[in-house]
Design a protein around this ligand. Structure first.
Ligand code: PMP
Length: 395
C-alpha cells in the first residue's frame, strides 16, 4: 500500500509538472496566435503557366485565403478599429456596422463584426452572385437589396446605406442596457482609412514577402479598382521603395476608369455613374470597375507619375483566362482575379522576358458558382470559352 501510495503521489507530481509545463507552453504559444479579428497575412504565389509563356515571373497575392475570403477583411478590421478609437462604436452594445457594397466588403464586415461583437446591415445591388447573399445571411447580417442604379439616384446602395445609418442614429432605439443603439456608416469608397490601411499594412507585407523570397525589384503592379483603396495604398507604398515600379490599372468591360486614367480627369464626387451595361444578362465581373472617381482612386490618380498605364479587359477574356488558369495552374479564381491575370499577362508581354509582375488574387471561384462559374449563365451571355487550353490563344 505504501509503495502504491508513493507511486501515485509521484505520478500525480509528474502529471502536475507535465500539466503545468504544458499549460505554460500552451499559454506562451497562444499569446503569439492571432484571432480571426486580427489575422491578416496572406501568401504570395507564382503563376506557373503565365510565367512560362511570358518568360516573366508573375506573382499573385493570395487575398482569397483571408478569413472573409477577400482582401476586404483588411478594410473591415481597420475601419471598425478606427471607429472604436473615435468612440463611435463599442463592442457588445448592439451597435451596427452599415455599408453599401457589391458583396465582398459586406462579407468581411459581417465576419469581423461577429468576431468583435457588432451587428451588420448590408445594402447591396440585387444583381450580384447569389452565394454572396446566402453567405451574408448565414453570417447573421441584415441584407437590404436595391436595384443597381446610378450614384446620382438616392436609391444607389451607397446612398441608401448612408441614409440607414443616419435613421438608426436618430431613432433613439435602445439596447437591453438602455443605451442608444449606434450605427456606423463605413463609406469604403470615400474613407481615407481604406487606402491608408493598404499603405501601412498590405504594401509593407508584400514588400517584406518579396524580400524574403529574394525578389529585390518588382517591375509592375497590376490592379483593378472597386473603391481604388488597394490600388492607391499598395502602389504608393511599393513606389516609395521601388522608384521604377510601373502601376497598371486592370479595367473590366463597362468601367469608366480606363478613360479616366488615360485622360487623368480629376475628382468629381457628384458625377453621374450610369448603370454598367455589359450583356443582355447582368454584369459578369464583380468587385472591380466603376464609372466615378472615388476619393480612394483619386488619391492614386493625383500622385504624379504613379499610374503608368491602364489595360482594358473584356468579359470574354476574363472568362477564358479563368478556365485556362484552372486547367493549367489549379487556381479556381473569381472574376476580378481573372481580369487581373489578363492584364498582368499583357503587361508581362509588353515588358518582355525577365521581368516581375505582381497582381492580386482577390477571391475564389467558389463565390461565383451561380454566375461567372455557371455554364448556363455564361452560355446565355454568349461567353462560352473557346480556347484550346494549351496556350493563351484567346488573347
Ligand atoms: N475584387 C474583389 C473580389 C474584391 O473583393 C476587391 C476588394 N478587395 C477588389 C476586387 C478591389 O479592391 P478595392 O475596393 O480596394 O479597389
Amino acid at each position: 500500500a505504501f509503495w502504491l501510495a508513493l507511486a501515485s503521489v509521484a505520478g500525480v507530481g509528474v502529471w502536475m509538472q507535465l500539466r503545468s509545463r504544458g499549460t505554460s507552453r500552451g499559454q506562451r504559444q497562444a499569446t503569439q496566435l492571432k484571432s480571426i479579428a486580427d489575422a491578416a497575412e496572406t501568401p504570395l504565389v507564382v503563376i506557373p503557366s503565365l510565367s512560362r509563356i511570358t518568360g516573366c515571373t508573375i506573382v499573385g497575392k493570395m487575398e482569397m485565403l483571408s478569413v472573409g475570403g477577400s482582401s476586404k477583411d483588411r478594410l473591415a478590421r481597420a475601419v471598425i478599429e478606427q471607429a472604436e478609437r473615435d468612440h463611435l462604436i463599442t463592442p457588445h452594445q448592439g451597435h451596427i456596422i452599415v455599408e453599401g457594397t457589391v458583396g465582398s466588403t459586406g462579407i468581411s464586415l459581417a465576419t469581423i463584426a461577429n468576431a468583435k461583437g457588432y451587428k451588420a446591415l448590408i445594402i447591396m445591388p440585387d444583381d450580384q452572385a447569389q452565394e454572396k447573399y446566402e453567405l451574408l445571411t448565414q453570417l447573421g447580417a441584415t441584407i437590404e437589396k436595391v436595384r443597381p442604379v446610378s450614384i446620382a439616384d438616392p436609391n444607389h446602395f451607397v446612398r441608401v446605406a448612408e441614409r440607414r445609418a443616419k435613421e438608426i442614429n436618430k431613432s433613439g432605439e435602445r439596447n437591453s442596457d438602455g443605451n442608444p443603439i449606434r450605427a456606423f456608416f463605413v463609406n469604403q469608397f470615400e474613407t481615407p482609412v481604406n487606402f491608408e490601411t493598404h499603405f501601412t499594412q498590405t504594401g509593407p507585407e508584400i514588400y517584406s514577402q518579396l524580400q524574403q523570397v529574394g525578389i529585390k525589384n518588382l517591375d509592375s503592379f497590376v490592379m483593378g479598382a472597386g473603391t481604388g483603396g488597394t490600388l492607391a495604398g499598395v502602389s504608393m507604398f511599393l513606389k516609395s521603395k521601388m522608384q521604377d515600379l510601373r502601376v497598371v490599372l486592370a479595367d473590366p468591360e463597362g468601367s469608366g476608369l480606363f478613360n479616366k486614367v488615360k485622360s487623368n480627369i480629376m475628382y468629381s464626387p457628384t458625377e453621374a455613374e450610369g448603370t454598367r451595361k455589359r450583356h443582355q444578362v447582368d454584369t459578369i465581373v464583380e468587385g472591380i470597375g466603376i464609372n466615378r472617381v472615388t476619393h480612394n482612386f483619386q488619391t492614386a490618380l493625383k500622385q504624379p507619375n504613379l499610374i503608368s498605364n491602364a489595360v482594358k479587359v473584356t468579359d470574354r477574356e476574363a472568362v477564358e483566362m479563368s478556365r485556362f488558369i484552372l486547367r493549367n495552374d489549379g487556381l479556381f479564381c473569381g472574376s476580378s482575379t481573372a481580369v487581373h491575370l489578363v492584364a498582368a499577362y499583357r503587361e508581362a508581354k509588353q515588358l518582355g522576358p525577365g521581368h516581375t509582375v505582381l497582381t492580386f488574387l482577390c477571391d475564389s471561384g467558389t463565390r461565383h458558382l451561380t454566375k461567372f462559374w455557371n455554364d448556363k449563365y455564361i452560355k446565355k451571355a454568349g461567353l462560352e470559352p473557346k480556347s484550346s487550353g494549351a496556350d493563351v490563344d484567346f488573347l
